[in-house]
Each structure stands twice: as C-alpha cells, then as structure tokens.
Design a protein around this ligand. Structure first.
Ligand code: GTP
Ligand code: MG
Length: 194
C-alpha cells in the first residue's frame, strides 16, 4: 500500500462529526496502552501521525486517518482504571456508537498485548465483534518484547481466553521492528477485495 498521502482527516466524538461514509474503514479496538495508535503509525509509515503515550488513556477521540481510498480509525482505549466511572462510560459510549452505526465500517480488529492474558473486557469485545459479523482477527501487539520462540505459547493463551477457533487469526505484530507491516497490508487488501 502506498501510504505517502496518509493524513489525519477528522477527529470526532459524536456521530455528526464523522467524515462522510464514502470509503471503507478499518477500526482498531483494544484496551488503553495496548498500542493502537502505534499500530496505525507503523502501518502508515509515520512516527508520530497518531499521538501515542506511555501512559494509558492518550486517545480520547475517534481519529480518522485517510490513506488512499481507505481510512484507518483509531479508537479510544477501554479498561483504563484511573479515570472516573462517568468518564469510562462516556468513552464506552463513543466507541459503541461508532461500532454500531458506521455503515462503511468494513472490519474491526482487536488488539491485545502478546505478553498478557486478555481481560474480560477484551473477551466481551471479541464476542461482540464475532456476533456482529466481523472476522475476529486479533493483532497481538508488542511482539518485540518476547522472543520468537515464545510466540506460540503466548498465542495459545490468547486463543484460549478469547475462545478463538483458528490460531492463524492471531497475528503477532510489533510497531517497533515493523516486520509485519507489509503482510498486514496484504491482509487488509484481501479483506477489501482489491
Ligand atoms: P490509548 O490511546 O491510551 O488507548 O493507547 P494506545 O492503544 O493507542 O497505545 P499507544 O500506541 O499510545 O502505545 C502505548 C505505549 O506502548 C507507548 O509507550 C508505545 O511506545 C508502546 N508500544 C506500542 N506498540 C509497541 C510495540 O509494538 N512494541 C513496543 N516495545 N512498545 C510499543
Ligand atoms: Mg491511542
């Protein structure tokens, strides 16, 4: 995928602020700090187009990144304990409104940290995505933090917790070494049917 023209097209909280539903969108869901914004930067070949942070709760809006005839959509993270319940509920509302109403939303991928067992919220999100006809592709982030020999062991734990039928649906990814970027674009292009 040619990503030279990648840009932040729109920042939204409410439905009225979403850009026109004129191109397909891929959205990325996952708990705060799992690496959603970093994933988007890696895919777009940019260091800091999507703002990242070592402290969770960085992305609080829906950010629409336009690349060619697609959008990559950065969602706020869930499960961040250090904000008030009201704020957590309002972020959940922002995420759910998008997921439930976006007609041009082609696929939602769930991001989980390859090192940790997914949480109950991850499981709930995974079940929701499957129930809504998504493919159930899971990106296991921060793969550079473990050795390659450990991948299968960690992937097996993610598979078991989320109840994933096909282990191949869990894709190890690192935003640091970027080895998987081209393969990931191939997967996205397959989904779009380019
Ligand atoms: P919220 O916006 O808070 O929901 O977080 P996020 O999911 O967008 O996470 P973000 O991309 O901001 O990354 C969180 C932290 O993890 C940052 O310090 C990143 O540098 C780090 N990080 C993300 N991906 C990777 C990765 O693949 N490898 C390593 N080593 N660190 C990563
Ligand atoms: Mg973010």
């Amino acid at each position: 995928m040619k990503t030279d023209d990648a840009r932040l097209e729109q920042v939204a909280v409410k439905r009225e602020q979403y850009p026109e539903p004129d191109v397909y969108e891929f959205a990325f869901a996952g708990r705060s700090n799992v690496g959603k914004s970093s994933f988007i930067n890696a895919m777009l070949g940019r260091k800091n187009l999507a703002r990242t942070s070592s402290s969770p709760g960085k992305t609080r809006t829906i950010n629409f990144y336009r690349v060619s005839d697609l959008r990559l959509v950065d969602l706020p993270g869930y499960g961040y304990a250090k904000v008030s319940k009201t704020e957590r509920n309002s972020w959940a509302g922002v995420i759910n409104t998008y997921l439930e109403n976006r007609e041009n939303l082609l696929e939602v991928l769930l991001l989980v940290d390859i090192r940790h067992e997914p949480s109950e919220l991850d499981k709930a999100m995974y079940d929701y995505l499957i129930a809504n006809g998504h493919s159930g592709l899971v990106i296991a982030t921060k793969a550079d933090k473990i050795s390659r020999g450990q991948y299968q062991n960690h992937i097996a734990k993610i598979q078991k917790k989320l109840g994933i039928k096909n282990r191949d649906n869990i894709i190890p990814f690192s935003s640091v070494d970027k080895k998987m970027v081209d393969e990931m674009w191939d997967i996205f292009e397959d989904i779009v049917g380019f």
